[in-house]
Design a binder for this molecule. Structure first.
Ligand code: HEC
Ligand code: HEC
Ligand SMILES: [Ca+2]
Ligand SMILES: [Ca+2]
Ligand SMILES: [Ca+2]
Length: 452
């Protein structure tokens, strides 16, 4: 099992700006520009970008501690403030090794899975409306003496289909139920199951200029290619204005600070300068402590900086003929229309992120993915059917890093092929083209994605 391979760490030779012009290493390509590391092992997502300055590296290390930090019940000297209701006690427990959570076969241990909640309608900033008694997220854990909002159970719905060449395949989807809710949950509650995605390379995505992303929008599908990418516009609580959404499965967060602050508040029950009220405010679980905010701005910024400054692993074996063929087919059948291979970051207050040519395989836009993937719940501009194209960089290392190959927003796909076969809506032409390929060609595409 330990087929660990470590390439020469470019980081050791690479100081400051010279990195930008650094060569790729043989057929391993710099997917994250100068923030790339050439490492293929179970730690591939855990390296600081090699072009950080010494003070940035120090900030990254503090952020690393914060990201790993396990919170406990208040009062406590370190990391107090967990709960009263929460999903997990640390960032790392849902983003293991900075990678993605798997879909657990044990309903009592759905570690990195959480449920966003709302009732129909929109708030003044376009945000989903909270569910009375439950808020905007379902917390399945609580501190001693308080009740969790709910437990989750599920059944699998399994469907069988065929490739045109006769090969059979099976798709599996969990149908979730909320059980043991602490009070009856309103019947009109809408919910969206989301599994924790990886957190590396995000600083680069934060600094792709808005204009570059919007250039790829085609809301009315004017070029009639069936693809109509659309931006999400979300509320920025720091600046009190609408901004382009970039993070989360529906691009519901504008930047990494707010993403981290929302995670502390909702996922961990830790109040912070951006979200000062406990998620359970007004519910019977509410604590009466006057310890808010439970973390300060400095810790919040360290945590966000950590996710901003993690290196992107290089893509591998790019001169392999099968992988090259897979890439050609990936482009030919239209995968690349949403999973854009080339983007460039713009200016950034963080020099190490500025003007980098990157291969994230995302356009950061929302796409209608069909009824099969729909959660039936809107999130700012995103409808139930719409999801943000997730980046594919590093996806081939998921098994090595996280020990599973569960993909898509709720982890329903058990491997890369199932992820593709779930594509519908705007991606239906692409999906059908995939199904119509010869098996060897399908395998070439899978091998290509696995090399990212
Ligand atoms: C209970 C599990 C859980 C915990 C704890 C958690 N996360 Fe997450 N994280 C998620 C899920 C699920 C998503 C996707 C959310 C969505 O689609 O809205 C996510 C998304 C993210 C993203 C956006 C990734 C992307 O590609 O858009 C970042 C960054 C992030 N989390 C950072 C953090 C930080 C920092 C912490 C700790 C303060 C944290 N998370 C704690 C589950 C968790
Ligand atoms: C219309 C835009 C679009 C097209 C075309 C498209 N995708 Fe996707 N892709 C998405 C979106 C959006 C998701 C996330 C869907 C979800 O999680 O429900 C996704 C998810 C994926 C995932 C899983 C990623 C993850 O992190 O879980 C893989 C793998 C993938 N696509 C590969 C492909 C391949 C291969 C093709 C071509 C056959 C393709 N996609 C075509 C938009 C697209
Ligand atoms: Ca708290
Ligand atoms: Ca709640
Ligand atoms: Ca179009």
């Amino acid at each position: 099992m330990h087929r660990t391979k470590i390439w020469i760490l470019v980081s050791s030779f690479c100081l400051g700006f010279s990195c930008t012009d650094q060569e790729d290493e043989g057929d391993n390509l710099r997917a994250g520009g100068a923030t790339t590391v050439f490492v293929e092992n179970s730690n591939s997502f855990q390296f600081p970008a090699p072009n950080l300055s010494p003070s940035e590296l120090e900030l990254h290390r503090l952020g690393d501690q914060a990201f790993e930090g396990i919170f406990v019940t208040a009062p406590a000297i370190v990391n107090g403030g967990l709960g009263p209701v929460f999903n997990q006690a640390s960032c790392a427990s849902c983003h293991p090794k900075n990678g993605r959570s798997g879909f657990s076969e044990n309903p009592n241990d759905l570690a990195g899975l959480l449920f966003r909640l709302s009732i129909a309608g929109q708030g003044p900033h376009g945000e989903p409306l909270p569910v009375p008694g439950f808020g905007g997220q379902l917390q399945t854990k609580s501190i001693v003496g308080k009740q969790a909002e709910s437990q989750i159970s599920y059944d699998f719905k399994i469907t069988q289909e065929f490739f045109p060449d006769g090969e059979i395949y099976e798709l599996r989807q969990a149908i979730f139920r909320m059980t043991n809710t602490y009070m009856p949950i309103p019947t009109a509650t809408l919910s969206s199951a989301r599994l924790a995605p990886p957190v590396f390379g995000l600083g680069l995505l934060e600094f792709v200029p808005e204009a570059v992303i919007l250039k790829n929008e085609d809301i009315q599908d004017v070029n009639t290619d069936g693809i109509s990418g659309k931006a999400n516009w979300v509320w920025d609580f720091t600046e009190s204005r609408v901004r382009l959404g970039r993070f989360g499965w529906k691009a519901g967060q504008p930047d990494l600070i707010q993403q981290a602050a929302a995670a502390y508040n909702e996922d961990m029950g830790v109040t912070n300068p951006l979200f000062r009220l406990e998620s359970s405010t007004g519910q019977i679980q509410d604590d009466t402590l006057s310890d808010d905010p439970e973390i300060d701005q400095e810790l919040l910024e360290q945590t966000a900086f950590y996710t901003r400054s993690l290196a992107v692993p290089a893509s591998r074996n790019q001169s392999d003929p099968t992988i090259q063929n897979g890439k050609r087919l990936f482009i030919k059948i239209g995968c690349e229309k949403c999973h854009l291979s080339n983007l460039k970051t713009g200016s950034s207050p963080f020099q190490f992120l500025a003007n980098q040519s990157i291969q994230p395989y995302t356009d950061l836009l929302l796409h209608d993915m069909g009824d099969g993937l729909s959660d039936g719940r809107s999130d700012f501009n995103a409808t139930g059917n719409e999801w943000r194209t997730p980046p594919l960089w590093g996806i081939g290392l998921t098994l090595l890093v996280n020990g599973h190959t569960h993909f898509l927003h709720d982890g329903r796909a058990r491997n890369l092929q199932e992820a593709i076969l779930w594509h519908g809506g705007e991606a239906i032409k692409s999906r059908d083209a995939y199904k119509n390929l010869q098996k060897s060609e399908r395998n070439a595409i899978l091998k290509f994605i696995s090399s990212l």
